[in-house]
Design a protein around this ligand. Structure first.
Ligand code: ZN
Ligand code: ZN
Length: 309
């Protein structure tokens, strides 16, 4: 079973979220409090699996080119602009060596399905040794006395089950679209070299411009006219900034060293790109005031401003 599902967290959950989910669930599932024992054990195991994976968390190498030859696993990882700018951690799941199927004990046959009585031992599971005093296990049915006729539904007759391993990887800031995150094979790590190609999720507000990050900010026209404080989205969350009276559309405000982290540890800039926003509908009162404002302004500035400097 999937450890994330058992804990009820997303596969993107941080270690703190996993720990909180565990502590919440472990109380209600504890057998001493009337919880279900099976579910309790499954929860413990899921938590342990992720805790160990978390201790093994590893920083990936960032490569620009695909490996040539050799056996490896190629997958992809999708990152948000913010994750790219600040760096992030991500759970990944890779195939592990197959393990024996516990349901059929590796036989590949369904031990609860149809069967026929073994014709060698007539169902006793034993064959007489020569002389008749001792018995040996029937080699035809391995002592079961019966021959199972249906394939194991869990492993589909293979006798082994595919397994997966979870890893928490540390992705440094500054990766680019198409970069490859490399996690080498190791006894503690994945059984084969893993390469993850980076995709950057499209974002309506943020985009990269060289080493810097541009954030598009929509300013309502009345706010642009009057100036004052507006809330903007930065990499660290929402913040209030002051804009001047008469903010021109298309203008920019550069916030130094608040942009993406670079691989060398420094930071680019965050550039706020202002656009003037007009609502589609107005409250009737606002529309009346706007018409009145238009009238007043026309008296001061004339009907058109297109020819004025
Ligand atoms: Zn037999
Ligand atoms: Zn099986």
């Amino acid at each position: 079973m999937d450890p994330f599902q058992i804990l009820g967290v997303s596969p993107r959950a941080s270690w703190e979220e996993i720990r909180r989910a565990y502590l919440r669930k472990v109380k209600s599932l504890h057998p001493d409090r009337g919880g279900d024992r099976e579910a309790y054990l499954a929860l413990q195991e899921a938590y342990e699996t992720l805790r160990r994976a978390c201790e093994r968390r590893r920083r990936v190498q960032v490569l620009r080119e695909r490996p040539r030859g050799g056996e490896y696993l190629l997958s992809f990882v999708e990152l948000t602009v913010r994750e790219v700018a600040l760096g992030t951690e991500r759970w990944i799941r890779v195939p592990d060596t197959p393990g024996p199927c516990e349901y059929c004990e590796g036989l590949g046959l369904d031990p609860y399905g149809r069967f026929r009585v073994c014709e060698w031992c007539q169902g006793t599971g034993l064959l007489p040794e020569e002389g008749g005093r001792y018995h040996q296990l029937c080699p035809r049915c391995q002592g079961e006395g019966r021959i199972f006729l249906e394939l194991c539904p869990r492993c589909r007759g293979k006798g082994e089950i595919r397994r997966e391993k979870e890893f928490l990887i540390v992705i440094p800031p500054g990766v680019r679209e198409g970069d490859l995150l490399f996690l080498p094979r190791s006894p503690e790590g994945p059984v084969t070299d893993v390469f993850l190609e980076v995709f950057i999720k499209r974002d309506d507000r943020f985009y990269f411009e060289g080493q810097d990050l541009v954030c598009q900010v929509q300013v309502p026209f009345w706010k642009a006219a009057l100036g004052g404080y507006i809330r903007v989205e930065t990499l660290e969350g929402e913040e209030e900034i002051e804009i001047p009276r008469g903010l021109p559309g298309g203008s920019r405000l550069v916030i130094r060293q608040r942009g993406p982290f670079r691989p060398d540890g420094g930071r680019g800039d965050l550039i706020l790109q202002f656009e003037i926003w007009f609502p589609e509908e107005y409250p009737p009162e606002a529309l009346r005031l706007l018409e009145r404002l238009n009238h007043i302004m026309e008296e001061s500035y004339g009907r058109t401003t297109s020819s004025r400097q």
